[in-house]
Design a protein around this ligand. Structure first.
Ligand code: AMP
Length: 220
């Protein structure tokens, strides 16, 4: 099964993708994570992407589509979760070709329906464990013991440089202008299912599981 998680920054795509990896053995394909690794490693792609990402703008379609193509050639037998890709119409078309070339298809596009203003609060307070990646938040989810990861007890934490308010607003604007308009492309094919992205992590998980396990679509 191959699915796209679609929603603005901070909608919870990464959180749900991690859970699906753990519970279903699917593989998260996050172009944001791939680009951050490229930046950290100082590869030619990373050097190109660094300033674009810091500004909250979109990296070129050719670069991200190539990254996804490479990852699709590695083991994704139990299915791929596209997280943060596609973000433009060109990328959506590129993904169709990449999947068709590998005799794969898209099963669902899951739209995380969210309130943008609340997302700015969600994103600007978030941080994660530098060792295991567990997610925290200044107001909603501090570690149980100060400065100590609940999961692995590490003491180093990390904040994304693009999680500041100004960049977040640009990222939202990019989503509205370039990514939300690809929804009709998938709606026409009957692939889009919406979930209530402002609900608790567990409730969003429940709604996604119902879709993946074949619950019929509600009329809307
Ligand atoms: P994310 O982790 O998905 O929020 O992505 C972080 C940043 O990486 C974005 O703000 C973009 O600059 C870049 N990026 C990630 N995925 C894409 C994509 N599919 N197309 C273009 N730029 C991307």
């Amino acid at each position: 099964m191959n699915i796209i998680l679609l929603g603005p920054p901070g909608a919870g795509k990464g959180t749900q993708a991690h859970r699906l990896e753990q519970q279903r053995g699917m593989v998260q394909l996050s172009t944001g994570d791939m680009l951050r690794h490229a930046v950290a490693a100082g590869t030619p792609i990373g050097l190109k992407a660094k300033a674009v990402m810091a500004a909250g703008e979109l990296v070129s379609d050719a670069i991200v589509s190539a990254l996804i193509g490479e990852r699709l050639d590695t083991s994704v037998d139990k299915g791929a979760i596209f997280d943060g890709f596609p973000r433009t119409q060109h990328q959506a078309e590129a993904l169709d070709l990449l999947l068709a070339d590998r005799a794969r298809k898209l099963d669902h596009v899951i739209e995380l329906d969210v309130n943008e203003e609340a997302l700015v609060d969600r994103i600007t307070g978030r941080f994660s464990c530098a060792n295991c990646g567990a997610g925290y938040h200044d107001r909603f989810k501090l570690p149980r013991v100060e400065n100590t990861c609940d999961v692995c007890s590490a003491h180093e934490f990390h904040r994304r440089p693009d999680d500041n308010e100004q960049t977040v607003r640009t990222r939202m604007a990019e989503y509205r202008a370039k990514t939300a308009p690809i929804l009709p492309y998938y709606r026409e094919r009957g692939l889009v299912r919406a979930v209530e992205g402002m609900a608790s992590v567990d409730e969003v998980a429940r709604q996604i599981d119902a879709i993946l396990d074949g619950a019929p679509a509600l009329p809307f």
